[in-house]
Design a protein around this ligand. Structure first.
Ligand SMILES: Nc1nc2c(ncn2[C@@H]2O[C@H](COP(=O)(O)OP(=O)(O)O)[C@@H](O)[C@H]2O)c(=O)[nH]1
Ligand SMILES: [Mg+2]
Length: 734
C-alpha cells in the first residue's frame, strides 16, 4: 500500500483508510442467492471487525501523545507509585511541586514554625504550668501563716484585757488610787498587744493582695504560653496541605481517582510522568482511566511491592498478570520497579538493598513478564521509595509521623547516602539519562506500534473466527455431506440392481408361464398353424400380465429408494443444524450480539425440490408400458419346421418339434424383452443419476459456500497482517 506517514495525524487517517479498503469488500451483491448470502455474512463479519477497529483507532487518535515523552507508573494501589513520583518531583524540581514547597516555607516563616520555636513553646507551656503549681503552694502557706499570726495576736490581746479587768476589780482602794498615777504593767502590755494587733490588721489586706498578684501572674503566663501553642497548632494545620508527600496514599484503594500527570523539564529535556490509578479495581470508570493513560504512554514502569511474579487470576476474574497482558500488550518499553518496603535504617545498612532470595524471585518475574510482553519488556529495577522520599522531603509538618521517620533515617546517614542506598540515585540517572535521550524515536515507535497492534488485534480476531468456527464447521459439514452423498450413491446403485433383478424375475415368470401354457396346449395336439396362433396368443397374454404386474413392483422399489434418500437428507440436515448451532454464531469484540452465519443448510427447500425431481424421473423407470409395447412390436415369431411330412404322420414327433420351437423362440423373446426393457430403463436411469448428482451437489454446496467465505476472510486477514507489519516497521525504521 506504501503508506507515507509524515505527520502524526496522518497515521490514524491512513490506517483507517486502509482498513476501510481491506474490509470494505463485496459492496456489490451477487444475483445468485447463495453467493449473495455468503457476501452478506462476510459483510456482517468484516463490518463488525471494522466498527471495533475504527472505534479503537478513534480512541488512539484522541489519547495519543506525539510531543511529550510520557511515562506511566502503573501497578496496584500501595505499590509506591505516588511515593516514587513525589520523590522525583522534589528531586527534579517539578513546577507544581516547587510552588507547593514555596507555599509551605511561607506559611512556616509567617508563623515561626521552626522546630526550635515549636519546642520553645512546648517548654514554656510546661514551665508555666509548673510555676502555677509553685505559686499556689506558696500562697497557701502564706495565707495559713497570716491567719495563724492574726489569731495569736488576738488571743494575747483578749487574755491581757481579761487580766487587767480582773486586776482592777479585785484591787484594794489604795491600789486603785495608785493606778490613777501609774498604770499597772499588765495594762501597759495590753496596750502594746492592742497596738500590735491593729498594726497587723492594717497591714493584712496588702499582704493578701500580694499573694493574689503572684497567683495572677502565674496564670497569665500560662495562658500566654497555651495561646501561642494553640496558634502554632492552627498554623501547623495550615501547613499540612503544602507538606511533601501530599500525593502519597493512605493505604486505601485509589481506584476512584483519575490519572495525575506531572511535567518535568530536566536541562531542556521534557517528559511527563503519569500517576495511574491502582489496577486492582475492576470498575469500568477506573479501567477507562487506566486505558487512557496507557494509550498516552510511550514507556511504562510497572511498580510492585512484591518480589514475585504477578498473580494469575481466576476464570472470569483477571489477575494482575492478565491485566498487564491486556493493558501493556502494545507498549514498546516496559520496566518493572521493585519497590522494597524498608521501615528501618538498619535495613539499608546491608551491602545490597535486595536479598538473594528476592533477586531469584525477580528473575522469575522478568521471565514471566517477557513471556507476556515479548522483546518489549526490559528488566527490573530495585529501589526503596519511601526512605528515598524521606531523604529529600524537607517540607514536612514538624512533629508529623513523616518528619519523625525522616529524623530517624537521617540520624543514621546523610540525605545523599540515603538516596544512594535506596537505589534512587541510580534510578534517577537512568531516568534522566539514556531513558529520555532518544525520546523522539521512542514516541514514534510507541505510537506506530500501538496502531500496528490494533490492526494485528483485528487479525487475531479474524484468525480466531477462521480457526475456531469456520474451519471446523466447514470440515465437519463437508464430512457429513460426503457421507450423505455416499449413502445416496449406494442407495442409487442398489435401486438399479433391484430394478434389474425385478425385470429379470418378471421375464423369468413370463417365460415359465408361457412355456407351461403352450406345452399344455401342444399336448392336446395342435396342428402347426393353430400352434403358431396359440403360441402368439400366449405370448401376448404373458406380456399383458407382465405389463400389469411390473409397474407396481418397480414402483415399490422406487418408493423405497425415495424414502431412503429422504432419510439420508433429513439426517444430514439435522447434523448440519447441530453444527450451525455449535459454530455458526460468531462473537466479535465490541459488538453486542453474535453474528449468525447465513449458510444454506438449515433450509430444506432446495434439497426437498431435488428429492422431488429425483423421484419424478425415477417414476419414469417404473412405468414400463412403453417398452413392453415396443417389445411386442419388435417381435415376430420365427417358427420353422423341418420335414412337415413327418410331423403330419407322427404326433409325438410334431409335439417335439413344436416344443423345440417354443423353447427356441421363448428364449429369443425373453432376451429381446430383457434387452429392450433394460435399455429403456437404463436410459431413464441416466436421468435419475443426473438428478441425484444435482442432489449431491446441493448437499456439498453449503461447505462450498463456507469455503468461499473462508477464502474471502483469509484474503482480508492476510492484507491486514501485512498492514500491521508495515505500520510497526515504519515506526521502527524512522
Ligand atoms: N515502609 C514503606 N512504605 C512504603 C514504601 N513505599 C510506599 N510506602 C507506603 O505505602 C503507602 C502507599 O504508597 P503510595 O506511593 O501512595 O502507593 P500507590 O498507591 O502505588 O501510589 C504509603 O503509605 C507509603 O508511605 C516503602 O518503600 N516502604
Ligand atoms: Mg497513588
Amino acid at each position: 500500500m506504501g503508506m507515507k506517514l509524515e505527520s502524526p495525524a496522518q497515521i490514524y487517517a491512513q490506517v483507517g483508510d486502509e482498513i476501510d479498503r481491506i474490509l470494505g469488500v463485496m459492496q456489490i451483491t451477487s444475483s445468485d442467492k447463495d453467493v449473495a448470502e455468503v457476501q452478506s455474512t462476510l459483510r456482517d463479519l468484516l463490518g463488525g471487525v471494522q466498527k471495533e477497529l475504527d472505534e479503537r483507532l478513534d480512541r488512539l487518535r484522541e489519547h495519543g501523545e506525539w510531543n511529550t515523552f510520557t511515562i506511566a507508573f502503573y501497578g496496584e494501589t500501595n505499590a509506591g507509585k505516588s511515593t516514587l513520583i513525589e520523590t522525583l518531583r522534589i528531586l527534579l524540581g517539578e513546577q507544581q511541586k516547587l510552588a507547593r514547597r514555596q507555599d509551605f516555607k511561607a506559611v512556616q516563616d509567617e508563623h515561626t514554625l521552626s522546630p526550635e520555636a515549636l519546642e520553645a513553646c512546648r517548654v514554656e507551656v510546661a514551665k508555666s504550668n509548673q510555676a502555677i503549681d509553685e505559686v499556689a503552694t506558696q500562697a497557701a502557706s502564706k495565707v495559713q501563716a497570716l491567719a495563724q499570726q492574726g489569731s495569736q495576736l488576738l488571743t494575747e490581746l483578749h487574755r491581757l484585757q481579761a487580766v487587767v479587768v480582773e486586776l482592777k476589780r479585785n484591787a484594794p482602794f489604795w491600789k486603785k488610787w495608785v493606778f490613777r498615777f501609774r498604770k499597772p504593767v499588765e495594762e501597759v502590755a495590753q496596750a502594746e498587744a492592742q497596738r500590735q494587733w491593729q498594726a497587723f490588721d492594717t497591714e493584712r489586706p496588702a499582704r493578701v493582695s500580694n499573694i493574689d498578684r503572684m497567683n495572677h501572674e502565674a496564670v497569665a503566663r500560662m495562658k500566654r504560653a497555651v495561646s501561642l501553642q494553640t496558634r502554632q497548632e492552627a498554623a501547623l494545620m495550615r501547613l499540612a496541605p503544602y507538606a511533601d508527600g501530599e500525593i502519597i496514599g493512605d493505604g486505601r484503594s485509589d481506584f476512584t481517582r483519575g490519572t495525575a500527570s506531572y511535567l518535568f523539564d530536566v536541562g531542556g529535556q521534557k517528559f511527563a510522568l503519569l500517576d495511574v490509578p491502582g489496577i486492582e479495581g475492576d470498575e469500568s470508570k477506573v479501567s477507562e482511566h487506566i486505558w487512557n493513560a496507557v494509550r498516552k504512554a510511550h514507556a511504562v514502569f510497572y511498580i510492585t511491592a512484591k518480589a514475585a511474579a504477578p498473580q494469575k487470576g481466576d476464570p472470569g476474574k483477571p489477575g494482575t498478570l492478565e491485566k498487564i497482558k491486556t493493558h501493556l500488550d502494545d507498549q514498546t518499553e516496559v520496566w518493572t520497579i521493585f519497590n522494597k518496603r524498608v521501615t528501618n535504617p538498619i535495613q539499608l545498612g546491608k551491602p545490597s538493598l535486595v536479598s538473594d532470595d528476592e533477586e531469584v524471585s525477580l528473575g522469575v518475574l522478568d521471565t514471566q513478564m517477557r513471556a507476556q510482553l515479548g522483546e518489549n519488556y526490559q528488566a527490573h529495577i530495585s529501589l526503596s521509595a519511601q526512605p528515598a522520599f524521606l531523604s529529600v522531603a524537607d517540607c514536612l509538618v514538624p512533629g508529623s509521623p513523616d518528619e519523625k521517620s525522616r529524623a530517624k533515617f537521617l540520624e543514621k546517614m546523610s540525605p545523599d547516602e540515603l538516596l544512594a542506598k535506596t537505589g534512587m540515585a541510580s534510578f534517577l540517572r537512568l531516568l534522566t539519562g539514556d531513558f529520555v535521550r532518544d525520546y523522539k524515536r521512542k514516541i514514534r515507535q510507541a505510537n506506530f506500534n500501538k496502531a500496528g497492534k490494533l490492526v494485528s488485534g483485528a487479525v487475531d480476531q479474524l484468525s480466531a473466527m477462521q480457526h475456531g468456527k469456520l474451519e471446523p464447521l466447514q470440515i465437519k459439514l463437508q464430512k457429513d455431506a460426503e457421507s450423505a452423498c455416499d449413502q445416496v450413491t449406494i442407495k442409487l446403485a442398489s435401486l438399479k440392481n433391484g430394478l434389474d433383478s425385478l425385470v429379470q424375475q418378471e421375464i423369468d415368470r413370463f417365460t415359465r408361464d408361457v412355456r407351461r401354457n403352450i406345452y399344455t396346449r401342444i399336448d392336446r395336439n395342435l396342428d402347426n398353424d393353430r400352434f403358431k396362433q396359440a403360441f402368439a396368443d400366449e405370448i401376448a397374454a404373458g406380456q399383458a400380465s407382465m405389463a400389469e404386474a411390473l409397474p407396481a413392483r418397480l414402483g415399490g422399489a422406487v418408493d423405497k429408494f425415495g424414502k431412503d434418500i429422504q432419510e439420508v437428507v433429513e439426517r444430514f440436515q439435522e447434523l448440519a443444524k447441530e453444527l450451525l448451532a455449535l459454530y455458526g454464531r460468531i462473537n466479535i469484540d465490541g459488538l453486542k450480539g453474535p453474528i449468525a452465519l447465513k449458510i444454506k443448510i438449515d433450509n430444506g427447500i432446495k434439497l426437498g425440490g431435488l428429492i422431488g425431481a429425483v423421484l419424478t424421473v425415477a417414476a419414469l423407470v417404473s412405468n414400463p408400458g412403453g417398452w413392453i409395447v415396443a417389445t411386442i412390436a419388435a417381435f415376430s415369431l420365427l417358427v420353422t419346421f423341418g420335414k412337415a411330412v413327418w410331423g403330419f404322420f407322427d404326433d409325438d414327433y410334431k409335439k417335439a418339434q413344436q416344443r423345440s420351437a417354443v423353447d427356441g423362440n421363448l428364449q429369443k423373446v425373453a432376451a429381446s424383452m430383457r434387452g429392450v426393457a433394460l435399455k429403456s430403463m437404463h436410459e431413464n436411469f441416466e436421468l435419475v443419476a443426473t438428478k441425484v448428482q444435482e442432489l449431491n451437489d446441493a448437499l456439498t454446496g453449503s461447505s462450498e459456500q463456507l469455503e468461499v467465505l473462508r477464502k474471502a476472510l483469509g484474503k482480508s486477514t492476510a492484507e491486514l497482517t501485512l498492514l500491521s507489519k508495515e505500520i510497526t516497521y515504519i515506526g521502527k525504521s524512522a
